[in-house]
Design a binder for this molecule. Structure first.
Ligand code: AMP
Length: 404
């Protein structure tokens, strides 16, 4: 495309401390959030005639960590298409050549709030179990493509007022180092499983631990294991759940085992003590049953030893969750990941720059004829007939605007 034509398609607007240079089809930009990668805005898309979210990745190739994450996110978002994973609607860069290349803009479906904001609300069992069911569906779908998240947290899960939920990111690359002996840097670790904190091997049910922590927080209204740093994170776990068995300690490598064995010993608390009846809505026989089912699910997810923790499939079959079971959501065909070396890649900044630039051009090429991926808004808000039977009407999560 010639340079003048391309320049005319974009305009620049200041949002917070950042300047967004976006296609003219996107108007009314308003900041709605920020994460490690940059600022996210809501906008109105005049082509699709709907509101969208736009995330700006500023110089995503600036260092290894940023580049790997941006590239992985871009490749995976292009491949994955599931109602509980955020859908990519568009990708663009306003720069015209590889030499000038600076920023990538990801256009996604717009949701209403992240889960941090929902945790403060008093949820009934219907809403709580439906949100958990959707988290598990999204996680199962990622697992079916070989993507194990390992870093699920409320800020990376978004919801709409109709109680639908989507996971925003794809977590840690297989090669990302995480363990106790890593230098601390500022990230939220409250939801990370013991095997991640302790730098052990892990399986798919590493993500079930995070769901357990998120569920616990929704029930309690406060963070379950609020570690102040990566070492304190482990202390918070054992103070509440108790020092794990010798069998578990034997699975640790020598230096970590020495540290863990030298901690004070804790007996831990029963799940009745950790999650007493008063935390749950319990005004009817139905609610009493649901509270005991919820507690039972928590006790099976929050198990330090992963070999004794339930799997995602078992969680989906649990009585608290399986009321929502719909095979089209749970057993959706796995996405095909095109880049098999995605997690192993190591590149120089210049190579990353080119790889990311090529991914953006590839998207532009593939969508040139107006083909857009992602679910139309009407499908996202549909309820299955069984679900309508359960809730009688479309379920709402909140009817007021949440200020972000
Ligand atoms: P991220 O940079 O992906 O970590 O996102 C940072 C924050 O921006 C999230 O915690 C959400 O509050 C918000 N956010 C990101 N993407 C969306 C979206 N598609 N819809 C609504 N809010 C979003």
């Amino acid at each position: 495309m010639n340079r003048n034509k391309r320049e005319k398609e974009y305009y620049s607007i200041d949002v917070g401390d950042s300047t967004f240079m976006v296609l003219k089809r996107y108007q009314n930009l308003r900041p709605i959030g920020s994460g490690a990668q940059g600022i996210v805005c809501s906008a109105y898309d005049h082509n699709l005639e709907r509101n969208v979210a736009i995330k700006k990745l500023s110089r995503p190739f600036q260092n290894q960590t940023h580049a790997k994450r941006a590239y992985r996110e871009l490749v995976l978002m292009k491949c994955v298409n599931h109602k509980n994973i955020i859908g990519l609607l568009n990708v663009f860069t306003p720069q015209k050549t590889l030499e000038e290349f600076q920023d990538v803009y990801l256009v996604m479906e717009l949701m209403d709030a992240n889960l941090c904001q929902v945790i403060q609300m008093e949820l009934d069992h219907e809403r709580l179990s439906y949100l958990l069911y959707q988290m598990l569906c999204g996680i199962k779908h990622l697992h079916s493509a070989g993507i194990i998240h390992r870093d699920l947290k409320p800020s990376n899960i978004v919801v709409k007022s109709d109680c639908t939920l989507k996971i925003l990111d794809f977590g840690l690359a297989r090669t990302a180092a995480t363990g106790l002996l890593m230098t601390p840097y500022v990230v939220t670790r409250y939801y990370r499983a013991p095997e991640v904190i302790l730098g052990m091997g892990y399986q798919a049910n590493v993500d079930v631990w995070s769901v357990g922590c998120i569920m616990a927080e929704m029930v309690r209204g406060s963070v379950l294991f609020p570690g102040t740093d990566h070492i304190d994170q482990w202390n918070k776990v054992i103070e509440q759940l108790g020092t794990p068995s010798q069998e578990f300690l034997m699975k640790l490598n020598q230096s970590v085992r020495t540290y863990v064995e030298n901690r004070p010993r804790y007996a831990g608390y029963s799940f009745e003590k950790l999650f007493p009846d008063v935390l749950f809505p319990a005004d009817s026989e139905h609610n009493k049953l649901k509270a005991s089912q919820a507690r039972d699910l928590l006790s099976k997810m929050l198990v330090i030893d992963a070999s004794k923790r339930i799997s995602v499939d078992e969680a989906l079959q649990h009585p608290y969750i399986n009321v929502w079971y719909d095979p089209t959501e749970v057993e959706a065909p796995p996405p095909m990941i095109t880049d098999k070396q995605l997690d192993e890649r190591e590149h120089t900044v210049e190579e990353w720059k080119e790889l990311i630039y090529k991914e953006v051009l590839d998207w532009e090429e593939r969508t040139k004829n107006g083909v857009i991926r992602g679910q139309p808004a009407s499908i996202v808000t549909q309820y299955s007939s069984r679900r309508v039977l359960i809730s009688c009407s479309a379920m709402t999560l909140f009817s007021f605007a949440i200020s972000l």
